[in-house]
Design a protein around this ligand. Sequence first.
Ligand SMILES: Nc1ncnc2c1ncn2[C@@H]1O[C@H](COP(=O)(O)OP(=O)(O)OP(=O)(O)O)[C@@H](O)[C@H]1O
Length: 346
Amino acid sequence: MTATASPIDSDAALGTPLLSVEGLTIDLPGHPGQRGLVEDVSFDLHRKRSLALIGESGCGKSLTSMAILGLLPPGLPVRAGSVRFDGVDLLDCDERDLRRVRGGPVGIVFQEPMSSLNPTMTVGDQIAEARRIHLGERKATALRAAEALLDRVGIPNARQRIRSYPHELSGGMQQRVMIAAAIACDPKLVIADEPTTALDVTIQAEILELLRDLRRDLDLAVLLVTHDLGVVADFCDDVVVMYAGHVVERTSVRGLFYEPRHPYSSALLAAVPQAGQPRTRLTVIPGRVPPAGRFPAGCRFQPRCEHALPDQCARPQPEAELSGGHRTRCGRVAAGAVTLKGVPRG
Ligand SMILES: Nc1ncnc2c1ncn2[C@@H]1O[C@H](COP(=O)(O)OP(=O)(O)OP(=O)(O)O)[C@@H](O)[C@H]1O
């Protein structure tokens, strides 16, 4: 695995972020004000860049991405924070305003296309409907655009395929339709939550390639939710590592792979097989992510961390900024008491 993304860019050089999540906190239902499902999550995504939200299952990646567009399941309250997109705080928007954002300036691609596509409408009508709502196009114009979009995302015989229903397409083709719908109204940002996880490995690579081309051609910013570090290395510029609802590290992809600054990130990297390295036993992170409601005080990774000091790590760990905008939520790393291993260079 190679981290090919750009070196760490300073926030100042990149200008105002397109998306800025600040202090996002989501309560565990029935436990207001306690250790949240997602707590004090902050990150910036700049125009034309791609940022990965990574972490093991249950770390809060999906809740964070759903909260951005007001799509949290009912009963999950956002206690605090802001989500500024293009200057507007989406947490202050009502449902009507959010509908204008979703599928318009922000496209969404979910893991399971079948649960997002309408099974009773042809794929052409679904894409055309988005253009009619968001861009005010007439039906015939919108259908022509839908055909061009299906062609753009690599669906053969687009003229015929606009009349297909989702169940008549393979999983990979359905995901291409989802992507066509996501880019239908000239978005600035696409949020993709595990877009390739449900697909065969060969199809996964094709879908990632498609997303990469679209990102370049359409100047898109992409927020990618994934637990696949290979995808992160191939596709992303920046990365936010989440653990048990906290952001534990924020950096460039290069920063993460070569100079991780949180023991959890370093442990994640050690658990990935390295091509070209002699076969050795893979390191496993002992234990598992604590269930919601059982998060420990202070550093939530502390019970699984080989570098933890019980007294110190049970205290709150504020995020510390290191050189080049690299941020960690480990007080021991920030103080220089712990040195961590990344992947070998070369
Ligand atoms: N509706 C809900 N009510 C209570 N807890 C929930 C609800 N939805 C999610 N959670 C909990 O919130 C935590 C974060 O879930 P989330 O789906 O964001 O994790 P994730 O990192 O995206 O995991 P995965 O990779 O498996 O999708 C988990 O502990 C989950 O059990």
